[in-house]
Design a protein around this ligand. Structure first.
Ligand code: IPD
Ligand code: CA
Ligand code: CA
Length: 264
């Protein structure tokens, strides 16, 4: 558990509170119905729940930490970068809009360029995954640990596709290479939860192309704090905003990386 005296304990507490607030907003609009629009294309949706959740999260976090900056997917950016919250108010919007219960909220606290606290909540199930750098990753009060599987064949993997995959089909090549090797690959539709599932040992690995900082900042820390590995496709340490992310239990990492690149 994370001690109350830890310097980021107040931030973690506020982020968990914000995640619960988002859960209430997601549930409210799912029950009552919501308006929706599109962003980059006809399948890139944004709903009232995305927008209202972001506003509520931003208000809560900036009222508690007025010195902090904020980067939110729906445009709610403010302040500087020395200490900032990076938020996806609804990850898995397409799932949400269809009532497919795999979506959530992702909140990260970045300090001096490094993510220090991460919270990912599955707002359909109410599972709250969180991590503080150097203090481990947890689900509720239970410590999380990645799997120990060492064989790629038989590992459970996940990926996802950007909304413009038809124009930029790079990940179809990787996906196809994985399937042609007989690997087990899922496409759940919420990258933050996919990463939380790697941390929780429900998936052995995950990769994706073209994710944004708000999709991955919290889940990245969850995986590392649960003993896993996160790199780009060259095997270099992951950096926020990088085009590629590959997260795994560490043991299958190199084999998966080589398979995706067609080197095996
Ligand atoms: C999307 C989800 C999806 C991933 C997409 C993301 P959104 O986020 O994380 O799993 O494949 O690339 O854009 O739009 O639902 O917040
Ligand atoms: Ca997202
Ligand atoms: Ca989103």
């Amino acid at each position: 558990m994370i001690g109350r005296k830890h310097p980021f304990f107040p931030h973690l507490e506020a982020m968990l509170e914000a995640a619960h607030l988002a859960r209430g907003i997601h549930a409210y609009y799912l029950e009552r119905g919501f308006t929706q629009g599109t962003k980059s294309g006809p399948t890139d949706l944004v709903t009232q729940a995305d927008r209202e959740a972001e506003e509520a999260i931003k208000d809560l976090l900036l009222s508690r930490f007025p010195e902090a900056g904020f980067l939110g997917e729906e445009g709610g950016s403010a302040g500087g970068k020395a200490l900032r919250f990076i938020v996806d108010p609804l990850d898995g919007t397409v799932n949400y809009a269809h009532g497919f219960p795999f979506y959530g909220v992702s909140l990260a606290l970045e300090v001096g360029g490094a993510v220090q606290v991460g919270v990912v909540m599955d707002t359909a199930r109410g599972e709250a995954f969180y991590a503080v750098r150097g203090e481990g990753a947890y689900l509720g009060g239970r410590p999380l640990r990645v799997t120990e599987r060492g064989e790629l064949l038989g590992s459970l993997l996940a990926t996802g596709f950007p909304y413009d995959v038809a124009k930029d089909p790079e990940n179809l090549t990787y996906f196809s290479r994985a399937l042609r090797k007989g690997l087990l690959v899922r496409r759940p539709g919420a990258a933050a939860l996919d990463l939380a599932y790697v941390a929780a040992g429900r998936l052995d690995g995950f990769w994706e192309v073209k994710l944004n900082p708000w999709d991955v900042a919290a889940g990245w820390l969850l995986v590392e704090e649960a003993g896993g590995k996160v790199t780009d496709l060259e095997g270099q340490p992951y950096r926020l905003g990088h085009r590629y992310i590959l997260a795994s239990n560490g043991r299958i990492h190199e084999a998966l990386r080589r398979t995706l690149l067609g080197q095996d």
